[in-house]
Design a binder for this molecule. Sequence first.
Ligand code: BDR
Ligand code: CA
Length: 310
Amino acid sequence: RIPVIIDCDPGVDDTAALLLAYQMPELDIRAVTTVAGNVGVDKTTNNAKKVRNVLGADFPIFRGAEKPMFRPLVTASEFHGADGFGGVEMPVPEVDISEEKAWDAIYRIAKECNGELVLIAVGPMTNVGIALAKYKELPKLLKKIVIMGGAAIGGNVTPAAEFNIYVDPEAADMMFCCGVPVHMCGLDVTMQAYATREELAHIGDLGTPQAKLFCDVLQNGLEKYLSWGKKGVALHDPAAVLYTVYPELFTAEEAGVRVETKGPLTLGKTVTDLYSDKQFDDHNAFVVTGVDREKFLDKVYTLMEKYGKT
Ligand code: BDR
Ligand code: CA
């Protein structure tokens, strides 16, 4: 099994990603770490606790950064809801979590995994940036980093930048430069990995509490995507999780990627060198550019179908 830490900011699609990851026998979820992003870190941590409770899981949760490394926090609560849970009302389980910080847990677990740990980061990269700054040997201990973030082309916060990178561009650039291969599931692929109203309803019809949560948490987002003229709600964070386990559903290209941290029009852009004459010396990343949407949706359905069967 692949030992993973899922670093996230639940978040509606983060919630969907956790629901899917938990049903993958290929994954050994060593921890879920939380970060400020879609909403503040108190809320993302509470939402992680809610999801864990719905899963009946016992992976540890470690709280991470309250704000980006060098900037004030920008949130996406207009999309994810004031509490970051898509308007779904659910009490926060009264459980304590460890005092250990997300970045310390990432380092400790990476050491325990002897170079096998895969870090899946689907929120702003702040915890990853802090871990890299604090622990110089961390890159040697990580097998790879799979992210939802960035885009070779375009953006969703600005014309140039995707949310997770825009929120903490310095942390993201540290990650791209750290020497660990970064697999970038950006908007190029995640906008193709959408679920239509019918597909989402089909999952909800499975009737388990987990399937219901998957469907309910994404409902408001679905309406937004449809109002923007899209065919369905983008399953951004699930795409990164599925890519980790089922790369054969996706197409990816090696590339050099750096993050723009200064440009007034391009702040947070993942400057992606797919075609130029090796402007970037190294191919530090794999840029995921395509997905077989039908097979992807089939997998999502099959995974969600497993709830209630065990
Ligand atoms: C990303 O931003 C967040 O709002 C989502 O959870 C996802 O990780 C999409 O740009
Ligand atoms: Ca996210």
